[in-house]
Design a protein around this ligand. Structure first.
Ligand code: GLN
Length: 204
């Protein structure tokens, strides 16, 4: 059922590869309508877009093949709220260690698979004040970390001295996977960004 607060918004989920269903379910749990996005035309009818985890090299290639890369870049620059988790975070970064095709709009430098093989998947409980006053479970799966943010980007969460969540205006990224836990606070935070944009966007 749609939450009254979110009744006017539809959040797209880029559905070329990766953990699409998990984001659909996470949005449904907090009462946000979602739609899978595979075509450039679909970018016009959404109020926010989630770039899911998966394999960023594959996702980057598919964005080019499906003709979505450039229109998506333009929509983000025009203010479309985007939320990148894990591989989605990598795609948004201006700088990736080791070049690969990507969207490249957010002022940060990232390191892929930064946690290496030893602990390439793990979960921790941490408090991230921006999202919730309560500690929450952060799930990392072959995750990147953010080496540094610059310009207008700011860090929202750090783990052992490395940035694992950040925001730059309409762009939100986490190197962990909030869609894999029952705690909907990060998706609600993003849905609120979409609501705010919908209200201020005069073109709609
Ligand atoms: N290791 C993947 C990459 O570099 C990201 C992993 C994920 O999205 N869970 O693209």
């Amino acid at each position: 059922m749609t939450n009254e607060r979110y009744k006017d918004i539809t959040v797209g989920i880029l559905a070329l590869q990766g953990s699409v269903i998990e984001h659909e379910q996470a949005l449904a749990r907090i009462g946000v309508r979602s739609v899978q996005v595979r075509k450039r035309e679909q970018l016009e009818n959404i109020d926010g877009l989630i770039l899911p985890g998966g394999e960023s090299t594959t996702l980057g290639k598919l964005l080019g093949l499906f003709g979505i890369m450039e229109p998506l870049r333009e929509r983000i620059r025009a203010g479309l709220p985007v939320f990148g988790t894990c591989a989605g975070l990598i795609l948004l970064a201006e700088e990736i260690e080791g070049e690969q095709p990507h969207i490249g709009v957010m002022q940060m430098r990232v390191r892929r698979n930064a946690y290496g093989r030893q602990i390439d998947s793990f979960s921790v409980r941490e408090r991230v004040a921006e999202f919730s006053p309560q500690p929450m479970e952060l799930v990392f799966i072959r995750a990147p970390w953010i080496e540094r943010v610059y310009g207008e980007a700011r860090a929202l969460a750090e783990l052992n001295g490395h940035i694992v969540a950040a925001r730059q205006n309409n762009m939100l990224v986490t190197s962990f996977h909030p869609e894999l836990t029952d705690n909907g606070c990060v998706h609600a935070y993003f849905a609120d960004m979409a609501v705010a944009w919908k209200q201020t966007d005069k073109n709609k």
